[in-house]
Design a protein around this ligand. Structure first.
Ligand code: C2E
Ligand code: CA
Ligand code: CA
Length: 844
């Protein structure tokens, strides 16, 4: 059916445009009747007047409803009564009876004043036409066809006038075209008039034949009423069932496209023959409030509702149906309803898993007479059950879809969504842009989890998500793509621009976080990969950003991906098994790099550095195999090998009269291992090396200071007499205040600052500060990465305790270190005090 054009409604009082002419027509037609000598004659059975008035009223109040070709048709049997009146009563009495019946009906239905006046005028004009026909043409006896003709003609005259009246008033008030309306109404009205005439005439005939005919008529009417009732009930149920079926079928077919209300409300309104049907879902979580209404006089849905919200709220609050109308519901509700100008209302709460999530409301039973009853309430309740399920399903689908794309902890997009977003950005990118992935790896999350519990870890993640979202440039997609990994996708001018953004974000994330009243320093390792330079597929791009992040971990900078990183990463995969074999077969070597006291250029110790010559790949960079060992549970083995070798050599150097301290690297994670102090104590004892000749260098970046778990181990090591050194100081985030709480005796300035101090004033300032502070805190300070005389000069000038770097020597295998040592000491044997070695010149 095409959507009806929105008609131009006019105020009801415009009906007077038709009412007045109708009154005039009525008067004009009744004038000749009044003047006629037959006005009080024809008919002659004045005594029937009360009975016929009763019959007339009865017929007005019992409309019969039929369904003809899916169109509801209401039929009144008035005209049958009119036939009887016209036959038995004097014309003016008939007119009076008819108008009295109509007036009683109009008053009791409390119809609006304008409408009632129109109806009365139309009855008046119609009936006047009918009596005029009778007065003019004089019906004879009941059994004469002439009588039948006259009476039928009178009925048709009556109907024609009313029809024109109703047609005109509809045209005027509702602004629709007269002709189509008239012709549509005419067909049914005139058919009904015909049926009425025939019924009326049969009654006349029966009554003519015998007064007792009345008994037959009453019996017949009772049978007919009974049959009609049964039929209409069947019809209604059938219709409801069919509509219900259709409704549930459509509800089942609507999915997550938001068309649910469109499908539902219009149909529910039509099914209930109501003025409006409304769906109300108050806002809940991510779901916004829904308030939509289908109206009788509007083809689409409106978000304005003709009824007060108190009924909906009441239903939601009590979880029970609220129904009110002229004949039902508590009095206060009836009053509210009356005030709002709503005839009747049924509101049923919608339930989803036991809680009320909204309400379905049906209001204003259409048609002048009937109001909603308990059958209707039950029907709306059934409908509401279906709607509730439908809403739940659609929200469930929505929920599932959301879950599929989002991380439940932080509410950010997840990895899947990120890959999708990358794909979209790649295909939508302009030639002047790159699509960048910035991958943030949260440092020390594991430590937070281990020491404060997973709830605290979760809080950290939520806070990071929050900060990233706030800091990310507009239009960037922020996602959590792994346990402690966040990714940002953005379109930008170049990889360099992306690195700048990443740097800003990283700095913004760095503010300390307060979790459970503990302040946690936050840092992230950041890797960047861009399309099209570094990968053609979303998956690939993300993986490469990942590789870059891994490298960023050891360098403390925002790392952009390059092909070299990738080959390293790929190699690592196969490395784990090979490393296991190498450790088992003792293929790992330990190299030694001298540590030199700067005041007198005396060799004071060595740092032990692991070396691994892979049978296929050749030299593997220590950070690579250390990472592999760490991820595959072989770190303790690796540390064991280096410790054993370092302590063994320390024994040999002592035996040779040149005691040297040996420094061994431990990652902070190993310090969680409670067996470590015992293992070290045993090794020292086995080789007879004093504990203070062993220095453990602990890299500070892995949360050594924030995670409290390492502390007991550190204390036990200190009690053992082992010296502790903080490696790569300055690159991480610990301060001297942190150091003062730890049992450490030495800091090693990160080599990037030392390498830069000769050229960068910033680096120089950092080194100077660390050296000064270390002295204040009574810590030994070592500068590693000393590569030039210039640097050495600066370090000496600022009274740095020790230096280590290529300027003195690269890390060397034991034998070559021995030769190097020979050369150094041989150069100036005289000045070497017993057990000490002097460094005199750099090896090239
Ligand atoms: P680290 O502890 O900071 O070690 C110092 C690194 O700086 C060594 O690199 C050394 O070769 C290098 N180096 C020394 N002097 C200079 C210099 O003047 N200039 C430059 N550019 N570099 C210099 P290496 O041996 O590659 O080790 C890298 C990292 O791998 C180490 O950093 C350490 O964190 C780790 N590592 C090495 N061996 C072990 C080990 O046995 N156990 C553990 N847990 N980690 C180790
Ligand atoms: Ca070290
Ligand atoms: Ca270092």
């Amino acid at each position: 059916m095409p959507a009806p054009k929105a008609p131009v409604s006019r105020p009801e009082k415009h009906a007077w445009l038709i009412t007045s002419p109708l009154l005039l027509v009525g008067l004009l037609l009744s004038l000749p009747v009044i003047l006629s000598k037959d006005a009080w004659h024809v008919g002659y059975h004045l005594q029937y007047a009360p009975i016929l008035l009763g019959v007339a009223i009865l017929t007005v109040y019992t409309p019969l409803r039929f369904e003809i070709r899916r169109q509801a048709v209401t039929v009144h049997m008035n005209d049958a009564a009119v036939v009887l009146m016209l036959f038995y009563l004097p014309p003016l009495v008939a007119l009076g009876v008819r108008l009295t019946a109509a007036a009683i009906w109009l008053i009791t239905t409390r119809m609006g004043w304008h409408k009632a006046a129109f109806n009365l005028a139309s009855f008046f004009a119609g009936m006047a036409a009918a009596v005029l026909v009778v007065v003019t043409l004089h019906p004879g006896h009941g059994d004469e066809p002439w009588t039948w003709f006259v009476l039928t003609l009178a009925i048709y005259a009556n109907n024609l006038i009313t029809l024109i009246g109703v047609g005109s008033v509809v045209s005027v008030v509702q602004g629709v075209l007269l002709l189509p309306v008239l012709s549509r109404m005419a067909i049914t009205a005139l058919t009904v008039a015909g049926v009425n005439s025939v019924v009326g005439l049969i009654m006349v005939l029966t009554l003519q034949a015998s007064r007792w005919g009345i008994v037959l008529i009453v019996a017949l009417v009772m049978v007919l009423v009974f049959v009609y009732r049964a039929y209409s009930q069947f019809l209604r149920q059938h219709k409801s069932l069919a509509e219900m079926y259709e409704l549930t079928r459509q509800v089942g077919a609507t999915h997550h496209d938001g068309t649910l209300p469109d499908v539902l409300l219009g149909r529910i309104r039509a099914l209930m023959a109501a003025d409006s049907a409304t769906l109300w879902l108050p806002s809940q979580g991510r779901h916004q409030e829904v308030l939509l209404s289908a109206r009788f006089d509007y083809p689409g849905l409106l978000d304005s509702v003709p009824t007060p919200d108190i009924f909906r709220k009441l239903a939601l609050r009590t979880g029970a149906t609220v129904a009110a109308g002229p004949k039902m519901g508590p009095l206060d509700l009836r009053a509210t309803l009356h005030e709002a100008g709503v005839k009747d209302i049924i509101v049923v709460p919608l339930r989803s898993s036991g809680v009320s999530i909204g309400a379905l409301e049906v209001a204003g039973k259409l048609g002048g007479g009937p109001t909603f009853g308990s059958d209707d309430v039950r029907l709306v309740e059934t409908l509401a059950a279906h709607v509730g399920v439908a809403v739940e399903n659609s929200r469930l689908v929505d929920r599932l879809q959301y879950d599929a794309d989002h991380d439940s902890l932080t509410g950010l997009a997840n990895r899947r969504r990120m890959l999708e977003g990358l794909g979209e950005a790649m295909s939508g990118r302009s030639a002047r842009e790159v699509v960048a992935v910035l991958l943030f790896d949260v440092v020390a999350l594991r430590e937070v989890n281990d020491s404060l519990g997973h709830a605290a870890g979760d809080k950290v993640l939520v806070e990071v998500a929050h900060r990233l979202k706030a800091l990310a440039p507009q239009g960037a997609l922020v996602a959590r793509v792994g346990d402690d990994e966040f990714a940002i996708e953005l379109r930008t001018a170049s990889a360099e621009a992306a690195v700048t953004v990443a740097g800003t974000l990283r700095a913004g994330l760095r503010d300390p976080m307060v979790i459970d009243s503990l302040t946690i320093d936050m840092d992230t390792n950041v890797g960047v990969a861009v399309y099209p330079e570094h990968g053609a597929q979303p998956e690939e791009l993300l993986q490469r950003a990942h590789v870059a992040t891994h490298v960023a971990k050891s360098r403390g900078i925002v790392q952009v991906f390059n092909a070299g990183l990738q080959s390293r990463a790929v190699r690592r995969v196969g490395l784990a098994a090979d490393l296991r074999t190498a450790l088992a077969n003792g293929e790992l070597e330990v190299y030694f790099q001298p540590k030199v006291a700067l005041t007198d250029r005396r060799l004071v110790g060595v740092e032990c550095l692991a070396r691994w010559e892979h049978p296929v790949h050749g030299q593997v960079a220590p950070p690579d195999f250390v990472a592999v060992a760490e991820h595959t549970g072989q770190l303790a083995r690796l540390n064991g090998v280096v410790l054993q070798e370092g302590i063994r050599r320390a024994r040999q150097w002592a035996d040779a009269g040149r005691p040297l301290a040996v420094a061994v690297n431990l990652s902070a994670r190993t310090l969680g291992d409670a067996d470590l102090p015992l293992q070290i104590a045993e090794l020292l004892e086995e080789h007879g090396v004093p504990a203070d000749r062993l220095i453990l260098e602990i890299s500070e970046d892995e949360g050594l200071l924030t995670g409290g778990r390492a502390l007991p181990t550190l204390d036990r090591l200190r009690d053992l007499g082992v010296r502790l050194s903080v490696d790569d100081f300055g690159a991480g985030r610990s301060s001297f205040a942190d150091l003062s709480r730890l049992p450490v005796q030495e800091v090693k300035i990160d080599r990037t600052f030392v390498q830069g101090m000769a050229t960068s004033p910033g680096d120089l300032a950092i080194v100077r500060t660390i050296v000064d502070m270390a002295r204040n805190f009574n810590l030994d300070v070592v500068a590693e990465g000393v590569e030039s005389e210039l640097t050495l000069g600066l370090l000496e000038e600022m009274h740095c305790d020790m230096g280590q770097g290529f300027l003195f020597s690269r890390p060397l295998p034991y034998e070559r270190f021995e030769s190097w040592l020979q050369v150094q000491t041989a150069a100036d044997p005289a000045q070497a005090p017993a057990g000490e070695v002097r460094w005199l010149r750099a090896v090239p």
